[in-house]
Design a protein around this ligand. Structure first.
Ligand code: EPU
Length: 423
């Protein structure tokens, strides 16, 4: 007999319409960027509403390795202090855990004029280059080169302001360059900047720390460099992707749920598409009520940069459309490999094909429980949603991907009546 310990998996008995109230956690992609921003000052940066997810944990380990202290003694709060920041080299084992880790580069090169990093990890959802980050640092006077596979940014005389054109409005690229520019001499303009709410929230935090960022939420961000930044407090915004995932969970199970602390004002695209598909959606500024009675209609959508429908909601919406009458067409316009969920949903009986960056879903199809894998965080969400609607039992492996992005996922679903166990 082997003593091998199996990694955890979800066991889902589907078919229960979800009912009740769920509260949205803090946004992963805001929390991670805000943690990196704490490296820009010697003072404390205190973040509340930080989600308890493994991406936060692994980035915390990286910050600690670099010499910062990360105090997580109060649940949901991180107190980060980077006075002791004494390393400029981000090692491969800590970089490979997530994508946001590369956002330590901007603060490091801004403060220490030198930063070195192994390539970042993250979901295998496409090629995910980092040229936009690097050319931004270059436009601010850094010399960029590779050494033994590592990325090095060196600015012996410090960074200066520059005009940075982004080939693509990269979310983490905009955040990285924006952070670097806060401590550069002179002013920086980012042209074709990302406008995602998490980018806007980071800009507000930087301003609370004494930075001078304007054009927030537009594609032209201006940053007037300052000599030093000071500490600040920020509440991490609620996670629009998590809120969207629960909205889909209500609709796919024919249930009716209230989603508290939803960032409704930045969820227009999803709410419009849910309504078009026949779900009932009622929203106040921070609570969403979503339900469905089973008569869903096929729709088409494109996953786009904000304010378009978020690429992170593409896979969950595809799961929903397996239950909609007619043929739905999905175009992925952000990543080149966001289709990992397709094969898994097909195992459950979905009629879905992908053709490059598009997927065609025919429905409604009866889904049946089987063995599937969570191949990335959002592909994992898609199979879990399908499992909630499926007949029989679904076993979901590789759920560490879900742990990276969803706080207390199984217990939140159980509170809504779902039959989900982590075993
Ligand atoms: N891109 C480039 N060059 C670059 C950077 C990006 O061509 O230098 C391309 C990418 O290849 C991709 C597109 O730009 O096709 C978008 O990438 P972006 O840089 O905007 O994404 P990211 O910053 O790596 C963040 C989120 C993702 C989310 C995307 C898009 C974090 C830590 N991650 O990734 O979140 O999907 O923005 O909104 O903020 C997730 O939460 O599941 C997730 C993957």
């Amino acid at each position: 007999m082997s003593n091998r310990v199996r990694p955890p998996r979800y066991v889902v008995h589907g078919g229960v319409p979800l009912q009740g109230v769920v509260r949205v956690s803090g946004a992963k992609n805001h929390a991670l960027a805000a943690m990196c921003a704490a490296l820009l000052t010697d003072d404390d940066v205190v973040l509340s509403n930080v989600p308890d997810i493994t991406d936060v944990e692994s980035l915390g380990e990286l910050l600690t390795h670099l010499g910062a202290t990360v105090d997580a003694t109060t649940p949901g709060t991180l107190r980060i202090n980077a006075r002791g920041l004494d390393k400029c080299e981000a090692p491969g084992d800590l970089m490979s855990e997530n994508r946001a880790s590369f956002q330590v580069m901007g603060p490091l090169v801004a403060r220490h004029h030198y930063a070195s990093s192994a390539p970042p990890g993250g979901d295998a959802i496409g090629q995910r280059p980092i040229d936009v980050h690097l050319s931004g640092f270059e436009a601010m006077g850094a010399v960029i080169f590779r050494e033994s596979g590592r990325f090095i940014a060196r600015a012996d005389d410090g960074l200066h302001g520059g005009r940075v054109f982004m080939d693509y409005p990269s979310v983490s690229g905009t955040q990285n360059v924006m952070m670097a520019a806060t401590l550069a001499s002179g002013s920086t303009t980012i042209v074709n900047a990302a406008t995602e709410p998490e980018v806007q929230e980071l800009a507000h935090l930087l301003n609370a720390m004494g930075a001078r960022v304007s054009g927030i939420g537009t594609q032209m961000i201006e940053i007037e460099g300052v000599e030093r930044l000071h500490g600040a407090r920020a509440r991490v915004m609620p996670d629009r992707i998590e809120a969207g995932t629960y909205a889909v969970a209500a609709a796919i199970t024919g249930g009716s749920i209230e989603i508290e602390d939803s960032p409704v004002l930045v969820m227009d695209a999803l709410l419009a598409k849910l309504k078009a598909a026949g779900a009932q959606v009622d929203a106040t500024t921070d609570t969403l009520h979503v339900g469905a009675t089973g008569n869903l209609r096929a729709i088409s959508f494109q996953a786009l940069p904000y304010p378009g429908l978020a690429t992170d909601l593409h896979a969950p919406m595809a799961a929903l459309l397996t239950q909609a009458k007619g043929v739905s067409i999905i175009h992925e316009r952000v990543f080149d490999n966001r289709m990992l969920y397709v094969g898994e949903l097909r195992k459950m009986g979905a009629e879905i094909v992908n053709t490059g960056s598009s997927a065609i879903v025919s429905g409604p199809t009866k889904l049946s429980g089987t063995n599937v894998r969570a191949l990335d965080v959002r592909a994992g969400a898609a199979v879990l949603l399908a499992a909630l609607a499926a007949e029989g039992t679904t076993y979901i492996d590789e759920i560490s991907h879900l742990d990276r992005g969803y706080e207390h996922l199984d217990s939140k679903l159980r509170a809504l009546g779902a039959n989900v166990e982590r075993v």
